[in-house]
Design a protein around this ligand. Sequence first.
Ligand SMILES: [Fe+2]
Length: 417
Amino acid sequence: MKRIALILVILLSFSACKSAKESQPELVDLKAEPVLIRQPYLQMVRPNTVTITWKTNAVTGHCKVVYNDLNSLEENEVAGKLVLHEGDKFNEVVIKNLKPQTAYNYAIYSNGYLLASGKDYFFTTAPDNKNTAFSFYALGDIGAKEKQSFAIEPATRITELGIKPDFGLGLGDIVYPKGESKNYDNHLFKPFEKVFKNTPFYPVAGNHDWLSDPEKNFEKEWALPDNEHYYGFSYANAYFIGLDSRNGGFFELEKQTKWLNKELKKVQGKYDWIIVFLHHNGKTCTYKENYHHVENLYPIFANSNVDLVLNGHAHTYERLKPYDASGNVDRSVTNQSEYKNLENRFISITLGAGGKLNKKWFPDPFNLEHYKDGTIVAHAEHVGSFGLFEINGKSLVFKAYNSFTGTVLDSFIIKKN
Ligand SMILES: [Fe+2]
């Protein structure tokens, strides 16, 4: 009997897990209550589908999500898959056939044990039309060990905003020091757990994330579109393109540039807004150099109706004046708080003080010559910060928030005809 039970456990663990390829021992015990190591987080929230992931210890043999439309008591459940990674299990459930723009409550179960539920565990599917107003937040350079990162500050301020962002963008250097999977829980998921459980996140890799093999670290942590290095997704009337700038020289430079051109061509005339996000900056007045690979993309951005280019890397806040294809500031634009027509120009913003500030590297920005002459900088502040973008039809409102005080430190509006 004992032998049959053992064979059954091995067979069950084999069929339920994609883990066989990783040469770690299977410790599945279907009767054991798994330890919840990581709170659930949302990914790939589309009009009809969502991915919910959480992490448990290795005893887990099966998992499921029970969910219901907030306006109905009818419960549904979907089983997920388990992926063994560094001794723990990712519990990943993909829910399909959902209604667009609808809020659902969810509860997570592993081995049949309820591990998390309640009013904060919900997701809202993306709209299936282009008229819906929406918002998103963005920040980069986020998670490091305690005392080296204040990631809990922006995470807390995001939960206190008057509006709930529909999703977030991660502008690279997601986890310090080297983007290792083993640091994701303490450095990122713990401080951001209240945000991630009901707001999906779309990160791109930065140079620190590239210090560990992204295929075995970054990509294990996230479910992202396309090849997960560079990808595109739509939300209402906007199209988002995430790029992988690796160490500044770009991952698969030629292939990625080709893809970017194709992607931008595909979306021309179909969306009111095109937003590019990546880790490295192009032209900048921060303590970082100008990354020529990014500058080389300016003509593509400017000629393909890209509106915003968001980056991290420099641990500070910097908003530049509108650029043209040559990276030249348009001096005809005098009012830097309301832009009426940005055709063939885009605005570049550094939001790299997500969890880090490097005081010793940074002189007082306002004493620097290029800040003083004001030729390319619209606003810069050396403070922990994140950005909030609200899109409503042809109007985009941007606010940069101080992550410690929750006050708005910079803002502008773009209005299109
Ligand atoms: Fe960086």
